[in-house]
Structure formats: structure tokens, C-alpha cells
Design a protein. Structure first.
Length: 366
């Protein structure tokens, strides 16, 4: 079996410890970080966002070390600027209209094109790359893995609040991102060549200038031989991030194994998968998803165990059984959204919700 390397990117909030509002880090975290972390730390469009990304990792153990190290470094860099770091898909109450934009030609062009849709995109995600041997295999794996995206997404839900409102969603982040073009569950593509033709057409007609402006929930990366999962909210804890990355890697490995055995996993239509994505955003792990094979609603917790059974024959080869089985812990303690809502219900104080997110972001880090 191939290695199925991992690369993990996390987007964090920089928080004022007094007001608990988002506060610009004025690029000082990024500048300070680049001395130690080089290319692994980046500024984003909004100045209160900082992104870190691992090197290429050959297994989940390596990925855990990298993710933990990067969080530790970013938290310490923030401390020196009198800032805190928080991992959640949205900030509970800060307003996007108050946020400063990072001076950068690329961001200027994006705002010129998309206006308030771009300015309002104050969200924080987790992106995981899984290495593949060929782009053609990658497309066939994506076609199959699309079905499981809502199942993964539900475990990551960590954005119940938006500008001081309880939205009623476990993940409001995707509702914000849906305003962008070329987002959501991708269509079925019969080959990498067909996908490349689609990208070429968009470039030729000035819809995009490169394939990175295709922001689907999963995509074939335009420059690397990786499948990039983009659907998840950034989770609070390192353990949750590693669990999700391990699950994505295991699903890619499982579909690859089935393909090698000439067994097909039935690809489902985007319109059906979208029904489950909506449910995952609204209810997280507390609701039901549709089992389209059985054509019935099934409680999420039951489907999560079916998912564990599905990848059971690849996780030992990948060395990720322990990490994937952390799903049981998430089911027991709730997702980030469930835990944020618990704090809110108890305190009715958004500042205490922010304090909780900050403390959870540091679990297992220091």
C-alpha cells in the first residue's frame, strides 16, 4: 500500500485577552514565526487570522508531533504580542465589518472582485492533504469519498455563533463560505483529464486565474499530488484535528484498496450528498443522516460506528487505529460546537465562551 502522506493546515483566531474580541496581530506573529517556522506560518486576508501548515508527514504520529509543535509555537508568539490563540470555525461575537484586511495585492484583487462576500468571509477551517500516486486515481477516489464528507464534517462542527447570535447551526462557517463561487460538494468527474479541461475552461474565460480558486469541500490540488479535504471547521483540540486527518487518510486508503481489488464504491449524486451536508451543518453529531443505500434516516452515532467498521481493515497498516477511534471520544464529549453551546447555556456570556475556546486550543500543547 502507498504511504498516503499527510499535510495539515489550521487557521486560528488572534484574540485580545481583555475584550476577547478578534484583534489584528499586525503580521508580527507571522514575521516572528517565519524565523523558526519559515513557510509553515502565513498571514491570511483578515489580520486577525493566522494559518499554520505542517511539512509533509509520513504517518499520523509525525502529523501529531508537527501539529502540536506548530500550535505551541503560535501560542508562544501570540503571548509575546499580548494575544491569545483560539481554534473555532467562527468567532462568537466579533463582527467582520470591524476587521482589518492584510495589505496584499492578491487580497486586494479578491476584494475588488467579490466585495462584501470576501470581506465577510471571517471563518477558520482545517484543510488536510492526503498524498496520492496519480491524479487519475485521485479523481476516482474523490468521486467515492464525496459520500463521506458530511460524516467527517459533522465531527468537526465548531461554529455555532456568528456576530453575537446563536445561529441554531452546529457549523455556521459553511453557510458563510457558501456565498463564494465554486464551493461545496464537487460534481462527479470521469477522469483527471476531464477535470483539467474544466479548470482550463475557467481560466480561459477569466473566471479564475488558477486552480486554487476552486474552493470545493474536496479537490485535487492544482500543484501537488494530493487530495485536499477542505470541508471541516478548525477543531479546538489537537486530538480532534489528528482524528479527522487520520479518518480522511483512512478513507482514501480504503477506496484505493477497493479500486485495487476491482471493487467499486457506488458514487452518489451531489444533490443527495448535499442533503447530508445540510444536516451535518445544522445538527452536527446530534442528528440523523440519510443512509442512501438503505434509503432511510439513521442516527449519526450509529453511522459513525459503521464508518469505523468500513476503514477497520486499513487503519493498522496506516498506524492510525488509536487516532481514528478518538471518534468515540468526540461522540461522548460532543463536538466543539456542542461544548461551546454548553458554556453559553451555563453562563450566557460570550467572553466565557471565548475563554473556553482558548483553553481547549491549548489542551495537549502546554
Amino acid at each position: 500500500m502507498p504511504t498516503f502522506t499527510l499535510g495539515i493546515e489550521e487557521e486560528f483566531q488572534t484574540i485580545d485577552p481583555e475584550t476577547r474580541e478578534l484583534r489584528s496581530h499586525m503580521s508580527k506573529i507571522v514575521e516572528g514565526g517565519q524565523i523558526v517556522l519559515q513557510e509553515r506560518v502565513k498571514a491570511e486576508m483578515h489580520q486577525a487570522v493566522v494559518e499554520v501548515g505542517t511539512n509533509i508527514c509520513h504517518n499520523v504520529e509525525e502529523a501529531r508531533r508537527e501539529v502540536t509543535f506548530l500550535r505551541k509555537e503560535i501560542i508562544e508568539l501570540a503571548d509575546r504580542q499580548n494575544l491569545k490563540i483560539a481554534a473555532a470555525g467562527t468567532h462568537p461575537f466579533s463582527d467582520w465589518q470591524d476587521q482589518l484586511i492584510t495589505p496584499n495585492e492578491r487580497y486586494d484583487k479578491l476584494i475588488d472582485e467579490m466585495r462584501d462576500v470576501a470581506r465577510g468571509n471571517l471563518i477558520f477551517g482545517l484543510h488536510c492533504h492526503v498524498g496520492i500516486e496519480s491524479r487519475n486515481e485521485g479523481i476516482h477516489i474523490i468521486n467515492a469519498v464525496r459520500y463521506f464528507l458530511p460524516h467527517i464534517y459533522a465531527l468537526s462542527t465548531n461554529s455555532p455563533f456568528w456576530t453575537g447570535r446563536n445561529t441554531g447551526f452546529k457549523s455556521y462557517r459553511s453557510k458563510v463560505f457558501d456565498k463564494f463561487p465554486r464551493t461545496g460538494i464537487p460534481e462527479f468527474f470521469s477522469s483527471a483529464a476531464e477535470y483539467d479541461e474544466y479548470v482550463a475552461l475557467l481560466v480561459k474565460t477569466n473566471c479564475i486565474d488558477n486552480g486554487k480558486k476552486i474552493w470545493w469541500d474536496i479537490r485535487l490540488h492544482p500543484y501537488f499530488n494530493t487530495i485536499e479535504f477542505r470541508i471541516c471547521d478548525v477543531p479546538m483540540r489537537v486530538d480532534e484535528t489528528i482524528c479527522l486527518a487520520a479518518l480522511m487518510q483512512a478513507l482514501v486508503a480504503k477506496i484505493y484498496k477497493l479500486m485495487r481489488q476491482n471493487l467499486n464504491f457506488r458514487p452518489y449524486r451531489k444533490v443527495l450528498i448535499n442533503e447530508n451536508k445540510w444536516r451535518a451543518a445544522r445538527y452536527g453529531i446530534q442528528g440523523k443522516l440519510i443512509d442512501f443505500g438503505k434509503q432511510e434516516e439513521v442516527p449519526y452515532k450509529h453511522l459513525a460506528h459503521e464508518l469505523l467498521d468500513f476503514v477497520d481493515d486499513v487503519v493498522d497498516d496506516l498506524g492510525s487505529r488509536h487516532e481514528v477511534e478518538y471518534i468515540d471520544k468526540i461522540l461522548e464529549m460532543g463536538t466543539g460546537a456542542d461544548r461551546q453551546l454548553d458554556v453559553w447555556e451555563r453562563t450566557r456570556d460570550f467572553r466565557q465562551v471565548v475563554d473556553y475556546i482558548v483553553s481547549e486550543t491549548e489542551v495537549g500543547v502546554r
